[in-house]
Design a protein around this ligand. Sequence first.
Ligand SMILES: [Zn+2]
Length: 119
Amino acid sequence: MVSKEKFGAYVKVQKSGITNMFNIPHVIEAADKIFDVELTKEDCIYIMENYKELVEAFKMKWIKKWNVKSESGNGSYVVSLSDQNTWGCSCPVWKFRRQECKHIKGVKLNPERYEEIRE
Ligand SMILES: [Zn+2]
């Protein structure tokens, strides 16, 4: 089994498109240089052989969601908390810039103030 961190680095290298994923030395180099994660050849082979299972095992799940009205009063955004304690929002600041927006900040600070969405 590889750690989530290692698998994450492998996926990031893959998504970056900078290397052919069958070129393992290059994948290892990229993971180290760009994402500062040390992968071994064995890790890469393990990941290649068990990719689907790893995706399932490490899948991020949103465990909580809140409805946050936009300041303009037109519509609302959905702020989500994942099981890995990361946050997301449906507003453009988060979607396009991946920056913590005022909606996330608001919910973090005071979750009781917002309407929780239960599915
Ligand atoms: Zn937002």
